[in-house]
Design a protein around this ligand. Structure first.
Ligand SMILES: NC(=O)c1ccc[n+]([C@@H]2O[C@H](COP(=O)([O-])OP(=O)(O)OC[C@H]3O[C@@H](n4cnc5c(N)ncnc54)[C@H](O)[C@@H]3O)[C@@H](O)[C@H]2O)c1
Length: 255
């Protein structure tokens, strides 16, 4: 991907950076000149992809961080600032998709798990990023919601609840920090071709052709297309944009 932005001298922190959209965003930040901390629960993978970026000449740091553990998140953000001296941009992306369930059958364990990663994980990430950004008086945060933050879907109540919650967190924090130099937005990807969606197709949870036909732009999105939206939201071009939930969904939520 051709870098469109110049983030030289800036520092980005990405959660769930080992795969899919997190990895695409980390690559795009690096290609645009930023130093990038790649955090993920999958240490082996994030170490491998960070090494690839390093070999390409980028300034990167691989961090083991499970977003359900606030202490690990705080430590990962602190290590980023220790290593690179500041924190300018964050993409809070780590998330999971539980198997579809009739709402009458969903277990409390499944609800708690998806909530712990997709909502509490974003809460913890944003909280500890803001500790540094409020001192700095500048920063841009993008939280990963979903088309599932804007509409419902049968069988997916818990997942969609977490993604709606991400938008609530985003809007409230954006209002709190707008006059303090920090912009906070959410991105709402549609159905994007990533390992998460590949697993849903392989598991028979999602019919790829049906999913493609469900978009106005009748194909799945790419991780790089989401990364482009994330970088724009972090860029000076979006300097007057805060508190939004930006659909990048091929028109899915236009229906
Ligand atoms: N793929 C889609 O169609 C789609 C659509 C809308 C929203 N999303 C959201 O986008 C985000 C990224 O999805 P993806 O499709 O790239 O998924 P993916 O499965 O390819 O990547 C997710 C990454 O998050 C990491 N992760 C999982 N649990 C974690 C935890 N507890 N702590 C830290 N890292 C953890 C995984 O190891 C993995 O590297 C998720 O929040 C997902 O809900 C995906």
């Amino acid at each position: 991907m051709n870098p469109t932005y110049d983030f030289t001298g800036q520092v980005a922190f990405v959660t769930g950076a080992g795969s899919g959209m997190g990895l695409a965003a980390a690559r795009a930040f690096a290609a645009s000149g930023a130093a990038v901390a790649l955090a993920d629960i999958d240490e082996a993978t994030v170490t491998r992809v960070a090494q690839q970026l390093k070999d390409e000449g980028h300034q990167v740091l691989a961090l083991l961080s499970d977003v359900t553990d606030e202490d690990q998140v705080a430590a990962a953000v602190d290590r980023t600032v220790d290593a690179f001296g500041r924190l300018d941009m964050a993409y809070n992306n780590a998330g999971i998709m539980p198997p579809p369930t009739d709402a009458a059958d969903e277990s409390a364990d499944q609800f708690d798990r998806v909530n712990a990663v997709n909502l509490r994980g974003i809460w913890a990430s944003m909280k500890h990023e803001l500790r540094h950004m409020r001192t700095q008086g500048s920063g841009a945060i993008v939280n990963c919601s979903s088309l599932g933050g804007l509409v419902g879907n049968p069988g997916r109540a818990a997942y969609h609840a977490t993604k709606h919650g991400v938008i609530g967190l985003t809007k409230s924090a954006a209002l709190e920090y707008g006059s303090r130099g920090v912009r906070i937005n959410a991105v709402c990807p549609g159905t994007i071709s990533t390992p998460m969606v590949d697993a849903m197709v392989e598991g028979g949870e999602l019919d790829r052709q049906q999913a493609e036909a469900g978009q106005a732009i009748d194909r799945l999105g790419t991780a790089e297309e989401i990364a482009q939206a994330v970088l724009w939201l972090c860029s000076p071009g979006a300097g007057y944009v805060t508190g939004i939930a930006l659909p990048v969904d091929g028109g899915y939520t236009a229906r």
